[in-house]
Design a protein around this ligand. Structure first.
Ligand SMILES: NC(=O)c1ccc[n+]([C@@H]2O[C@H](COP(=O)([O-])OP(=O)(O)OC[C@H]3O[C@@H](n4cnc5c(N)ncnc54)[C@H](O)[C@@H]3O)[C@@H](O)[C@H]2O)c1
Length: 354
């Protein structure tokens, strides 16, 4: 190595738009990741902007995304603003030639997502969706174990998230949303189902609202049939009262031709084999220094997602949850609401759209 030459790759300069509840996790994770610098933030609420700038020591801040992009010319834009803002912000960032990471639920519908995917392609910028559940440590271990063939060919899965946690306190907009649990939470579980078993060719769904003080559904039960012939139950509830609430954990059961996997609430992943044996591993997340209970598994997955995004960027490979891939998760959300309305079975759309 020549003296005086660093082997550290040049840092990637990013900006973050939308400084709300979840953005703080993204900012903490970026600040802990070597090789990335968030050079400016943007929120149209000046008080919120000032709070976040001070908390994270970020010198530059704007209330207007257009001004932010003109001033900073960033390598990438991390959009943590809610869905109604996605179209405008993605278009601005793509026109500025910046790579884009955008929060879920992306764009609001598969049709709107398609238009934005095409905009990004046109401007030659990458589009990644911040879909972090498949990056939770415990869930990733299930994905890896299954992909290694540890239980043979899977034929049944259950991805379950049942809690009575008061999510409305930190995210009051969830109580007002016409579509709630599938679009906000089920979307993550549907994405995990795709990561585990591949694309879905049929989907049925039933929903209900238990909490009288909210607008949308807080309970959903979905049945998916995958191209791979796996049948998956995806069930979620924010109306489940339990003495020991597993919030915010997702529990997973998979049956395969040569064994089964069970991910339990205590972060124990058990593999049962065909001879009646079993082995159990602990798959608890390692809490980032900045994490706060009970959010640890989610916060850790934000770090894992962002680290993979950076690694993919450096390696010139696409991330798993690029826009085109996430289109198929969004299509499952759409299919679930249609199936619930009709009490029928729906064939979800798929990328590339017809
Ligand atoms: N991946 C996850 O696990 C996870 C968890 C929670 C929330 N989310 C998602 O993150 C997004 C934000 O959720 P939140 O709970 O942080 O919401 P929030 O309401 O707390 O914050 C959103 C912020 O965006 C700002 N904003 C809105 N439009 C803007 C615009 N055009 N320009 C600049 N700023 C704008 C608002 O002023 C607000 O401060 C949502 O899409 C939500 O679904 C993801």
């Amino acid at each position: 190595m020549t003296r005086g030459h660093s082997t550290t790759p040049p840092g990637v300069r990013g900006v973050l738009i939308g400084c709300g509840f979840f953005a703080e996790n993204q900012l903490h994770a970026w600040q802990a990741l070597p090789g990335v610098e968030i050079v400016a933030v943007c929120d149209r609420d000046p008080a919120r902007l000032a709070q976040v700038r001070e908390r994270f020591g970020i010198d530059e801040g704007h209330t207007d995304a257009g001004r932010l992009l003109a001033s900073c010319r960033p390598d990438f834009v991390d959009i943590a603003a809610p869905t109604p803002a996605h179209a405008e912000l993605v278009e601005l960032a793509a026109c500025a030639g910046a790579d884009i990471i955008c929060q879920k639920p992306f764009a609001g519908s598969p049709a709107a997502a398609r238009a934005l995917i095409e905009t990004c392609r046109h401007h030659g910028v990458s589009l990644s969706i911040h879909e972090n559940f498949r990056w939770q440590h415990a869930i990733r271990r299930v994905i890896d174990t299954l992909r290694q063939g540890a239980i043979g060919r899977p034929f049944f899965g259950r991805i379950s998230y049942r809690s009575g946690f008061d999510v409305y306190r930190a995210q009051p907009y969830l109580a007002r949303a016409e579509r709630f649990i599938i679009e906000d939470l089920g979307i993550h579980l549907l994405d995990v189902a795709r990561a585990l078993f591949g694309e879905v060719d049929r989907l049925g769904c039933e929903i209900t609202r238990v909490n009288p003080d909210i607008r949308g559904e807080d309970v959903a039960t979905m049945m998916l049939h995958h191209d791979s012939e796996v049948t998956t139950l995806v069930d979620c509830s924010y109306a489940t009262r339990l003495a020991e609430d597993p919030f915010p954990q997702s529990l997973i059961e998979i049956d395969g031709s040569h064994g089964s996997l069970r991910l339990a609430p205590d972060y124990r992943l058990t593999r049962h084999d065909a001879a009646g044996g079993q082995d159990t591993r602990e798959v608890a997340p390692t809490p980032p220094a900045w994490s706060t209970a009970p959010w640890t598994p989610i916060q850790e997955s934000v770090s894992a997602f962002q680290a993979d995004w950076l690694d993919a960027r450096r390696g010139g490979r696409p991330v798993e949850t690029r826009g085109e891939d996430n289109y198929n998760t969004l299509a499952l959300v759409e299919a679930a609401y249609r199936a619930a309305a009709d009490h029928g079975t729906v064939t979800p759309e798929r990328w590339p759209p017809a």
